[in-house]
Design a protein around this ligand. Structure first.
Ligand SMILES: [Zn+2]
Length: 448
């Protein structure tokens, strides 16, 4: 078999150790042309609004070491994730991104003209920072007791594409040192860090840095932010953000964004305070290569022009292996699917932006009128295929293939769903309508 199935499980001793660290990845926008990724193309950064970082959580227990590292960038491709993991032998590494829309392009799609927005030395720096953050977190390991908390936070976001299905709850991991004080925290939330206006010319973590900073100050420990299921489309709310004195802050301003980060931190604090002891060992990372067809002609053209600098394969008809040109010429890329089991918690590793409908089993029945494939079978939901007591989704994990949406919600052709006058947003940043039906059924085996 050409695909790789990597499974590691280590039964044995009992003590859990945890550590977290962050490494700065803020570039100097005067040193090279920084193209900001996430909104439109050709947005050149002129200054730094707030620093961006790669943050890592490392857990060690029962002979296994697991690292979750997440960088303040729009996404990192499969090749980047593998390069980071290769440099950390002996550690099972999961690389992801916060998906901030105000950081240098790390995927290639946001340059100007037909050129890639990636500055290769900067991408190398981000990968190096991921490695360094994991090493620093490992060096900070100390014996801890683990706690898990969850809190509803749907009111702090909006779903900008119907059907209205918000991803909840927010998840918290709290690791207390021997003195009972938090040694480190991890927050997993499902939202687009795109609060700051798209015309803003500063490099920023968006709400992530302010959230991490506020929680870190409150609990006196490092905090790692992780991104969940942000598709379909989880975004900051439309209503104005209010300052502590009740004053409405200018919409999509930096000030409103920083305040928004504090409000998210307040909510996260409820989960931290209400967290309950959890068993997070044994730890097991199961993952496999997945070949997915690329039907988005913009991606195929971008790849040929160099704006989408990742290796393209041919589609073989199976996710298990790449094909050859004689198979029909349909392009494919190599990605990764996985499940990280931490004792009572299972985390599905989804290599892109999953629609919450597919996480929660809330795909509309019947399909919305106007959908391109109304009779497409409903994909098995990701969370229903996991089998631990607590179940989370980590998005943009080991890759960023774009939106992963239910096939029966795919809507590129007229008439459009939900009375849209033009095609709804989402499909243009997706590989194609077959991603979810091919990818989603794989989680059951990975969770076993
Ligand atoms: Zn997105």
């Amino acid at each position: 078999m050409l695909f790789m199935l990597l499974v590691c499980a280590f039964p044995g001793a009992e003590t859990l150790r945890a550590g977290a660290a962050s490494v700065d990845i803020t570039p100097d926008p005067k040193a090279f042309k920084v193209w900001l990724a996430g909104f439109g193309r050709g947005r050149r950064a002129e200054f730094v609004t707030d620093p961006i970082a790669a943050r890592a959580l490392v857990l060690e227990g029962e002979g296994a070491t697991v690292a979750l590292v997440c960088a303040d960038v729009v996404g990192l491709f499969d090749e980047s994730a593998r390069r980071v993991a290769e440099r950390l032998p002996g550690i099972r590494v999961v690389v992801s991104a916060t998906h901030t829309h105000h950081a240098p392009d790390t995927l290639g799609l946001w340059g100007t003209g037909i050129s890639s927005g990636v500055h290769p030395p900067y991408l190398a720096r981000v990968e190096e920072a991921c490695v360094a953050a994991v090493k620093a977190a490992k060096a900070a390991l100390k014996p801890v007791s683990a706690r898990l908390g969850e809190v509803e936070a749907g009111d702090l976001m909006k779903d900008s594409r119907p059907p209205l299905v918000k991803m909840d709850p927010m998840g918290i991991l709290r690791f207390d040192a021997a003195d009972g004080k938090p040694a480190c925290l991890a927050v997993l939330w499902h939202n687009h860090p795109e609060m700051i206006n798209s015309s803003h010319k500063g490099i920023s973590s968006d709400y992530v840095g302010p959230l991490v900073g506020a929680l870190g100050r409150k609990y006196g420990c490092p905090v790692v932010y992780l991104t969940g299921a942000v598709g379909g489309l989880m975004s900051p709310p439309s209503q104005p953000v209010k300052a502590a004195d009740g004053r409405e802050l200018p919409k999509n301003s930096v000030e409103a964004t920083f305040r928004y980060g504090e409000l998210i931190a307040e909510r996260a604090g409820k989960a931290v305070d209400g967290s309950k002891p959890a068993r997070l060992t044994p730890m097991r990372l199961a993952q496999r290569d997945v070949y997915l067809p690329v039907d988005n002609l913009l991606y195929v053209a971008g790849n040929q022009l160099g704006t989408l600098p990742r290796k393209m394969y041919f589609w073989s008809g199976s996710v298990d292996k790449p094909g050859e040109a004689k198979d029909g010429g349909r392009k494919a890329l190599r990605s990764c699917a996985g499940v990280l089991t931490l004792g009572e918690l299972q985390v599905a590793l989804v290599p892109g932006e999953l629609y919450p409908e597919l996480a929660l089993g809330k795909v509309p029945e019947p399909a919305p009128t106007g959908a391109d494939f109304p009779d497409a079978p409903v994909e098995p939901s990701v969370l229903s295929q996991l089998n631990a007591k607590h179940r989370w989704i980590l998005g943009l994990a080991q890759d960023e293939v774009g939106y992963i949406m239910p096939r029966r919600q795919w809507d590129a052709k007229e008439p459009f769903t939900y009375d849209y006058k033009k095609a709804p947003y989402g499909e243009i940043n997706s590989l194609g309508p077959d991603t979810a039906p091919l990818l989603l059924p794989l989680y059951k085996d990975l969770a076993r």
